[in-house]
Design a protein around this ligand. Structure first.
Ligand SMILES: [Mn+2]
Length: 338
C-alpha cells in the first residue's frame, strides 16, 4: 500500500468535501489511463458525496472508451469551447489526472494557467509543473494514473468508497498503461491495486477485449502496410522506428488514435530493445518512444527532442520535417546504442 503525506491527504479530503462544482481534466488525445482516471475520480466523488463534477477533455472521449461507465458525461472542449473555458475559470477546485503540465491540455493551457480555483494534480509522469498546481500527488514510479487514483482515494475515503463502476474505470486505465500487465512492472502495488479492483465484480476479460481487441479493418490493414513499408530496422543496433507520412495516413483514413500502439510492434522483435514512431501532422511531427530493457527513453526524449514521459514510454513533438526528425532520432540512437 502506498503512503501519502498526511497533510496533503487532509487538505484534499477537505477540498473535496467543501468545494463545488469540481472540474476534472485530462490530456488531449486521451488514452485509456486518461479517460479511466477522469471517470474513476468522477464516479468516486459522485458516489461518495454527490458533489457535481464536470469532466473535460480537450478533444473529447475517443469512441473506443464509450464502454466506460460515465463516458457520456465527458465534455469535449473542441465542441463546447466557451462552455468548458467558463467551467475551468469558475471552478473552485480543478483536479488534473494523467498529465503533468498545462501544455498537455493543448488549447486549454491558458485557461488552466489563469484559473483561480485550487488545482490538484494526480499523476505518474516525471517533472510535474510545481508552479501550476497547489496540491501535487506525483508518483512517476507507478504504472498508471489509475493505480494512483486507487491508492489515493483508498487513503482518503477507505475501500468502501469504490464500486463496480469506479473499479471498471480504474482497472481499464491500468490495463492500458501496462498493456494488460505485459510491460515491465516491478511494483507489487500494481498487482495489489488490480487485485483489489477485480474484487468489485468487474469483468477483466471484457475490459481487455474492449481496450485491445477493438481494431477496425482499416486500422488493421494500415498496421500491416506500415509494418511492411514504413518500418526501418537497425538489427545490429537493436532499434527500429516507424515513419508515417501524412499522405499514407490519409490514404488509409486513419486518425491519431488509430496509430496508438503501433510503436509497440517494434519491441515484439526479439533483438530490438528500443523503438520509435514518428507521425507526421500538418505543421509538426509527433514522436513516440518505447524500450523494453534498460534504455531510458524519457531521458532520450528530454535530451534530444524536448519531450519526456516515462522510462520505457515517452513522447515528444518535433517542429522539424518528418525526414529531419527521423534523421535526428536515427543518428542519436546509433550514437547512444553503440
Ligand atoms: Mn498514464
Amino acid at each position: 500500500m502506498l503512503s501519502f503525506d498526511n497533510n496533503d491527504i487532509a487538505l484534499l479530503r477537505q477540498k473535496l468535501g467543501e468545494e463545488s462544482p469540481i472540474v476534472i481534466l485530462s490530456h488531449i488525445n486521451a488514452d485509456g489511463d486518461a479517460v479511466g482516471s477522469l471517470l474513476g475520480v468522477r464516479q468516486l466523488i459522485s458516489s461518495h458525496s454527490g458533489t457535481p463534477t464536470y469532466c473535460i477533455l480537450p478533444n473529447g472521449c475517443p469512441e473506443n472508451f464509450n464502454f466506460l461507465p460515465g463516458s457520456e458525461h465527458i465534455l469535449s472542449a473542441d465542441n463546447e469551447r466557451e462552455h468548458c473555458r467558463q467551467l475551468i475559470a469558475d471552478a473552485p477546485l480543478i483536479v488534473c489526472v494523467d498529465m503533468n503540465n498545462a501544455a498537455r491540455v493543448d488549447f486549454l493551457a491558458d485557461d488552466i494557467n489563469d484559473a483561480k480555483g485550487c488545482k490538484v494534480l494526480i499523476d505518474h509522469h516525471h517533472n510535474p509543473d510545481r508552479d501550476l498546481f497547489d496540491l501535487i500527488f506525483s508518483f512517476p514510479e507507478l504504472s498508471s494514473a489509475c493505480e494512483l487514483v486507487y491508492w489515493l482515494f483508498r487513503s482518503l475515503w477507505g475501500n468502501e468508497a469504490f464500486d463496480r463502476d469506479s473499479a471498471t474505470c480504474l482497472y481499464s486505465g491500468i490495463c492500458t498503461d501496462t498493456g494488460s500487465f505485459a510491460y515491465s512492472n516491478d511494483q507489487p502495488s500494481l498487482y495489489m491495486a488490480a487485485s483489489n479492483l477485480v474484487a468489485f465484480d468487474i469483468n477483466p476479460a471484457d475490459i481487455h477485449n474492449q481496450l485491445l481487441n477493438n481494431f477496425s479493418i482499416a486500422r488493421m490493414q494500415f498496421f500491416g502496410y506500415a509494418i511492411t513499408n514504413c518500418l526501418k530496422i537497425f538489427e545490429d543496433k537493436h532499434f527500429a522506428y516507424f515513419t508515417l507520412p501524412l499522405d499514407i495516413q490519409r490514404k488509409f483514413g486513419v486518425i491519431p488514435a488509430d496509430m496508438e500502439g503501433l510503436v509497440n510492434y517494434t519491441l515484439m522483435m526479439r533483438d530490438i530493445t528500443v523503438g520509435a514512431l514518428i507521425r507526421e501532422e500538418e505543421k509538426r511531427c509527433k514522436v513516440s518512444l518505447r524500450s523494453k530493457y534498460g534504455f531510458d527513453v524519457n531521458i532520450f526524449a528530454q535530451r534530444h527532442l524536448n519531450g519526456g514521459g516515462h522510462t520505457k514510454a515517452a513522447g515528444a513533438t518535433s517542429k522539424l520535417s518528418l525526414a529531419q526528425t527521423a534523421q535526428l532520432i536515427e543518428q542519436k540512437l546509433i550514437e547512444e546504442l553503440s
